[in-house]
Design a protein around this ligand. Structure first.
Ligand code: GDP
Ligand code: IMO
Ligand code: MG
Length: 430
């Protein structure tokens, strides 16, 4: 028996929520360890669809503990509003079922203001952020200015820290011609919700250690994807946290050996929201069809996702940099009915062939995909629950992906529904 970390292996929205939900039946606790409410994880359970941004996807199962680790940036208002929304859908959330790390950093209104102002300043070169204040909040954390959850319990300290923080930001806001932020207002707003947030606050690392010693199963839930990792992704078109599996340990307060298996959630084609390089992007009718069939609209911002063929070079690299053991291949059903499918298995740059994704911004924008072409399948795979139900050409497609990315398929997903999942190898079992 071992613990499992689920991470995205592409540019996010691979179907992490669906797979975490499916796996959480076997887990005792589900832990979010990075990102914030820039994430949008969709769970479809019977007639109910849950869209979760901050709450771990195990929250919908009554007997599971949900944990938000120190590596997450927490917008306290977004958290309370999400709790209310899921409670409205019949989910029980209480300080017994949800723990928020007392050392997690907070996202405040000023972070969202700066996020949007910066994007506007970048103009055409904007990152295409979700506007949720993620980048500015992580900057404050690293710069040792952040307000943390535990600061809410000490009004004197909170006011002093807010004064320092806002003195810093108002210099920029003034220069940028933005409205200035008020310490009094932020202090009043935070003290109003402090009791509610503090009811969930806990030394998460201690709880996890206790669970680990009692051989409880921990499922770590990543947000975003490896290509949005601040070090290993398509920098600067990335998010502001590490999305690789090592962060599961760092962002929750445990050691790397606590994570036994790393499951990389991998879409059977590629999508990306926001700006940045995307070598296998399709701006033609096929890209349009992928988007329509896959309902590729952002869960958080509603933006249309860019679509393209499966990029095996990118995923192969993600598997190495993120330490992925095996993958869950999702949305295979979206490829039903295409007469021909392409898979990128190399790039061309200035007449040379590359078998990896280079790190330079110009090179990343200039590589051209080299494709392998496969025959598609006309039968439907939607809702398939057994390997034997898959058409021969779908199996060939999966096998080629495994061969090119150097990792096995452990799970296969064939619809948004929880149970439309084929188990090949259980990640929790040795
Ligand atoms: P996440 O951010 O990785 O959790 O993914 P999102 O929830 O943002 O986006 C994935 C979308 O695909 C959601 O609407 C899911 O309901 C849906 N989905 C997940 N798995 C499958 C699948 O196997 N087939 C289809 N057709 N849709 C899926
Ligand atoms: P889930 O967990 C897809 C993208 C944004 C933008 C970049 C930086 O649902 O897979 P940020 O607001 O984080 O500073 O934006 O990262 N991005 C995501 N794209 N899925 C996500 O999360 C994302 N979270 C951030 O679109 O390009
Ligand atoms: Mg998403």
């Amino acid at each position: 028996m071992r613990n499992v970390a689920v991470i995205g292996s592409q540019w996010g929205d691979e179907g992490k929520g669906k797979i975490v939900d499916w796996l959480s039946e076997q887990a005792d606790v589900v832990v979010r360890f990075q990102g914030g409410h820039n994430a949008g994880h969709t769970l479809v359970v019977g007639n109910t669809t849950y869209k979760l941004s901050l709450l771990p996807s195990g929250v919908v199962r009554p007997d599971k503990l949900s944990v938000i680790g120190a590596g997450v940036v927490v917008d306290p208002w977004a958290l309370l509003s999400e709790i209310k929304t899921v409670q409205g859908l019949g989910v029980k959330v209480s300080p017994e079922t949800l723990l928020v790390a007392d050392n997690a950093s907070l996202i405040l209104g000023v972070h969202q203001q700066i996020d949007k102002a910066r994007e506007a300043l970048r103009g055409e070169r904007k990152i295409g952020t979700t506007g949720r204040g993620i980048g500015p909040a992580y900057e404050d954390k690293v710069a040792r200015r952040a307000i943390r959850v535990s600061d809410l319990s000490d009004p004197g300290e909170l006011r002093t820290k807010l004064s320092e923080l806002f003195a810093h930001h108002n210099i920029y806001l003034k220069a940028a011609g933005e409205p200035l932020v008020s310490v009094d207002q932020a202090f009043a707003e935070l003290t109003e919700i402090a009791p509610q947030i503090l009811s969930y606050a806990a030394p998460v690392w201690r709880h996890l250690e206790d669970l680990r010693r009692r051989d409880k199963r921990i499922l770590f839930e990543g947000a975003q994807g490896v290509m949005l990792d601040v070090d290993h992704g398509t920098y600067p078109y990335v998010t502001s946290s590490n999305t690789v599996a090592g962060q599961a340990a760092t962002g929750s307060g445990t050691g790397p050996t606590t994570v036994g298996y790393v499951l990389g959630i991998t879409k059977a084609y590629t999508t990306r929201v926001g700006s940045g390089p995307f070598p296998s992007e399709l701006t033609d009718e096929i890209g349009q069809q992928l988007g329509e069939r896959g309902h590729e609209f952002g869960t958080v911002t509603g933006r249309k996702r860019r679509c393209g063929w499966f990029d095996a070079v990118m995923v192969r690299q993600a598997i190495v940099t993120a330490g992925i053991t095996g993958i869950a291949l999702t949305k295979l059903d979206v490829l039903d009915g295409f007469s021909e499918l392409k898979v990128c298995d190399g790039y061309e740059l200035d007449g040379e062939k590359l078998d990896y994704f280079p790190s330079g911004t110009k090179a990343q924008a200039s590589v051209r995909p080299i494709y392998r072409t496969l025959e598609g399948w006309s039968q439907s795979t939607r809702g398939a629950r057994s390997w034997a139900d898959l058409p021969g050409n779908a199996v060939k497609y999966i096998r080629l992906i495994e061969e090119l990315i150097h990792a096995p398929v452990a799970l296969l997903s064939t619809s948004p529904e929880r149970e439309d999942t084929i188990l090949v190898k259980n990640p929790f079992e040795d």
